[in-house]
Design a protein around this ligand. Structure first.
Ligand SMILES: Cc1cc2nc3c(=O)[nH]c(=O)nc-3n(C[C@H](O)[C@H](O)[C@H](O)COP(=O)(O)OP(=O)(O)OC[C@H]3O[C@@H](n4cnc5c(N)ncnc54)[C@H](O)[C@@H]3O)c2cc1C
Length: 313
């Protein structure tokens, strides 16, 4: 059973809309975990002006959710009420090298492609993006980054390379944000939650293309060795609590043996959960909550979800 079709009433108040607006569109195929229900209405803006027009005219009571490449997201089985915004690569996937070792990238540009463009242009400092399977919009919202105990050259965090972002407010204004507006912290950004990021300007430094490519390769090797790369996951499930590693807390609490329905914790990286064929969002979320309960009971530490859970059960 789907949601009520709100698209005719939305179109009626937005006669000049150019993007695509579809009712009850399944979202699972867009996500890394391949689970979850439909969007009540899925909007794909034609460009930034179209997005601004849409948000300006969207009735205030309609909730808005943005998804990027959905690599850090559980979409619940009942789907997402209101409007889900998902960009097209054509309109928001641009990547341009600018003077001063800078890269301007659309919010739907894949992090990996940005890292490849940086390598080609001889720009260092963005190699960490090579291993993150999300989009630039998701990197801004999550302050995506990588830490390594063994190899500092593969480390990096979005906030360290950030110069400016373009976004559209819920009221439909196109705005530019600087570092102080973003309020970056560990895997989070404190800029207003209803901003839709449309573009980022990132700063690198000179580094020979071969050197950047070699680091990109080491990023990949690190991933293949230490993480799940060939199954359905959403990356790190929980943030590392101050002074702790989530994977260690989960392992020590016996979480590695836990399975709910078709979801289980990874034996390779205890903070990754795996969705097997046929898993539901409920299996995955219940598993995560069970892990939190185990860790709380064993160590007294409260794990905080890094993965975003959206929609209704
Ligand atoms: C195998 C694997 C490995 C991973 N490794 C890492 C890692 O090393 N480091 C790391 O930080 N993450 C990692 N992740 C998690 C994930 O890739 C990152 O969080 C990534 O930045 C999410 O980007 P996305 O486009 O997929 O965002 P989504 O998952 O689609 O969304 C995440 C959040 O960003 C918001 N968002 C997305 N786009 C926009 C936009 N344009 N405007 C406003 N808000 C937006 C969403 O609303 C949501 O709140 C990994 C995931 C997987 C599956």
């Amino acid at each position: 059973m789907g949601f009520a079709d709100i698209t005719p009433s939305l179109r009626a108040v937005m006669p000049d809309l150019r993007g695509r607006l579809i009712a009850n569109e399944p979202l699972a195929p867009f996500t890394w975990l391949r689970v979850g229900g439909p969007a009540q209405a899925l909007f794909t803006p034609a460009d930034v002006e179209d997005l601004a027009y849409f948000l300006l005219n969207l009735p205030a009571e309609v909730p808005v959710t943005v998804i990027g490449l959905a690599s850090n997201m559980i979409i619940r089985d009942g789907g997402v009420p209101g409007v889900v915004i998902r960009f097209s690569p054509r309109a928001f996937g641009h990547i341009a090298v600018e003077p001063g070792h800078r890269i301007r990238a659309g919010a739907f540009a894949a992090d990996r492609k940005v890292a490849l463009a940086a390598a080609e242009a001889g720009i260092g400092g963005l190699e960490f993006l090579f291993g993150i399977p999300g989009s630039i919009g998701g990197a801004l919202r999550m302050n995506a980054g990588t830490r390594s105990n063994t190899n500092p050259e593969i480390e990096g965090e979005t906030c360290e390379r950030f110069v400016a972002a373009q976004a559209v407010t819920r009221a439909g204004a196109i705005v530019t944000l600087g570092p102080e507006d973003m309020k970056f912290a560990y895997r989070s950004c404190g800029a207003p939650a209803d901003l839709v990021f449309t573009e980022a300007l990132l700063q690198g430094f000179p580094r020979a293309p071969e050197e950047v490519q070699a680091i990109n390769r080491r990023v990949q090797e690190h991933r293949e060795r230490d993480q799940e790369t060939r199954v359905r996951t959403a990356g790190s499930t929980f943030k590392n609590p101050p002074g702790h590693s989530s994977w260690r807390l989960i392992r020590d609490a016996g979480g590695l043996d836990l399975r709910v329905g078709k979801a289980e914790m990874s034996k390779k990286h205890a903070n990754f959960l795996i969705a097997h064929e046929g898993a539901s969002a409920a299996d995955i979320e219940t598993l995560g909550e069970e892990i939190r309960r185990l860790v709380r009971a064993r160590s007294g530490v409260e794990l905080e979800w890094e993965v975003k859970r959206i929609g209704v059960a």
